[in-house]
Structures are given as C-alpha cells and as structure tokens.
Design a protein. Structure first.
Length: 120
C-alpha cells in the first residue's frame, strides 16, 4: 500500500519530499490516526476558531461604533418606516424590528454590519 506523504517546512509551506531538504515534520496523509491526524484536526480547529473570532470581532466593532443612548441602545434611522429609533442590537448586530423578507430591512442589516447605517 503506497502512502502519500506531505512535508511541512519550517516556513509553513507544504510540499512533497525532496532530497537534502530541511523539514520540520513529515506527516502521513493516508490515515487520521497518529501525529498526522492530530495535526490535521488541530489545524482545522484553529482555522475554524480564527474565522469565528474574526466574525465576532467585526460584528462587535461595528456595533460598538454606532451612537447609543443612555441605555446602550443604538440610535439608527429605520429604512422601512423612515423614523428615528433607539434599539438594542443582538450579538449578531440584528435589531429587534428586523423582517427578513423586507428589502429595506435586509439593506438596513447590511449597513449596520458595514458600519454605514444612518444614525441620529
């Protein structure tokens, strides 16, 4: 049974083995047991955690940039009803008045996430 071998270099590049090359680790890719499986699972997990953290950071940064009243509610202008509102945004930056089927609400949510929503 032939095994496919992947080499992880010191600088993080991945390639096939070469003669006289300096390698940090040789990882067997054909099975999920041992060090190869462990490294693959650890790298995938780290990638997922990084993506989740990046999304949370972006959402938190956008929500925190909006002007707020004394109760911590974001002061936005509602596109659908064209009025000023002070609303508590969810952790994802969604106002409680959001209607997923309304185009104005969808545009409002996009603007909140991008930090370009009209405020007062």
């Amino acid at each position: 049974m032939a095994r496919h071998v992947t080499v992880v270099h010191v600088n993080g590049l991945v390639s096939t083995p070469r003669r006289n090359a300096r390698h940090l680790a040789v990882v067997t890719v054909s099975d999920d047991s041992g060090i190869g499986g462990y490294l693959r699972r650890a790298i995938r997990s780290a990638g997922r955690q990084h993506e989740e953290s990046r999304e949370q950071f972006t959402a938190g940064r956008t929500v925190n940039r909006l002007p707020a009243d004394e109760h911590g509610r974001a002061k936005i202008v509602c596109r659908r009803h064209a009025d000023k509102r002070a609303v508590m945004l969810s952790e994802e930056g969604v106002p409680p008045c959001f209607d997923g089927e309304n185009r104005d609400c969808q545009g409002c949510l996009e603007d909140i996430r991008e930090g370009v929503i009209e405020t007062w």
